[in-house]
Design a protein around this ligand. Structure first.
Ligand SMILES: Cc1cc2nc3c(=O)[nH]c(=O)nc-3n(C[C@H](O)[C@H](O)[C@H](O)COP(=O)(O)O)c2cc1C
Length: 276
């Protein structure tokens, strides 16, 4: 693998931090400068730690310039700001019908794409429903499919309560999709190193970034059940690759509600292991 490692001679101080931080010891110092150990190059997981740790921004890898990274000095939110964001994020179940701009959606997806993955495999895939007309087709067809099974009393065992979701729909209450303008389905290859965890973490990144931008989200477990257990043909209809597992479904859009304060859920299960 060609790592395209480039060292700016004027900036490199020969400190060796890039070498020390490489998780697979692919870099080595030679003549007080980092270089690739060619025998190990194929093991590189493209994590870019070498680029991130260089104090002087002297190292470029894979054609990526350190000058295009966000500088971490003085740019991080305070702990209080992070805490407020984490505690203030809410599940949004009421949405404005006004769609988000493509720029906003692209920003959310790009930031979420920075989530960590097992062995930096980065194989998760966002299947995005951006268009409200398409969202409406999915809504209608999903409800029709569930209705058919509910009327025939053929809903899968344990999911009979979906009959109530149809009754709610008939009285104007969209419990399944919350009338959200957009939907995101995340999937990852089943045979990857950590598909479930990768999907949950990436959607969490998406949700937290969304909260910071005033965009509402909802983890939609009901839609996941509908798409995987009741209407298992759905992932293929959505174009999700056959060899992928559907990680989760998330609704999102501009909230039609505003929350004014955090909730208080400070009891937390903690055990301390004091002997082993
Ligand atoms: C994995 C997961 C699945 C969820 N599925 C649904 C769902 O199908 N419908 C729904 O209305 N809320 C769903 N929620 C939202 C939870 O009910 C919500 O997170 C919880 O009540 C706490 O509220 P908060 O998110 O506003 O803090 C889900 C949340 C998670 C984490």
């Amino acid at each position: 693998m060609d790592l395209q490692l480039q060292i700016d001679q004027d900036r490199c101080t020969g400190c060796g931090m890039c070498v020390d931080d490489c998780p697979y010891a692919i870099l080595q110092m030679m003549n007080e400068q980092p270089c690739v150990d060619e025998e190990k190059a194929d093991q590189c997981i493209r994590c870019q730690h070498c680029l991130a740790i260089c104090p002087t921004g002297a190292l470029s890898v894979f054609g990526i310039s350190p000058d295009d990274s966000i500088d971490l000095h003085n740019n991080l939110p305070t702990p209080m700001q992070v805490e407020t964001l984490l505690r203030g994020r809410r599940s949004v179940r009421r949405y404005s019908s006004r769609p988000l701009s493509q720029a906003t959606i692209q920003k959310l997806l790009t930031v979420a794409g920075n989530a960590p993955t097992g062995v930096n495999n980065r194989q998760f895939l966002f299947t995005l429903v951006e268009d409200q007309a398409v969202m409406e087709q999915i809504r209608q067809q999903t409800i029709a499919g569930i209705r058919k099974q509910a009327e025939a009393e053929q809903l899968p065992q344990g999911l009979e309560f979906f009959a109530g979701i149809i009754r709610a729909w008939d009285s104007g209450n969209d419990i399944l999709f919350r009338k959200a303008p957009h939907m995101l389905i995340i999937s990852s290859p089943k045979n990857g190193p950590s598909p479930e965890a990768d999907c949950y973490i990436a959607l969490t990144y998406f949700e937290i970034m969304a909260a910071s931008m005033g965009v509402g989200t909802l983890w939609d477990g009901l839609a996941k059940w509908a798409f995987t257990s009741i209407l298992p043909e759905t992932p293929a209809k959505l174009g999700i690759p056959d060899d992928h597992m559907l990680g989760y479904v998330m609704l999102f859009g501009k909230p039609a509600v505003k929350y004014h304060r955090t909730v208080q859920r400070d009891t937390v299960g903690i055990r301390k292991v004091t002997a082993f």
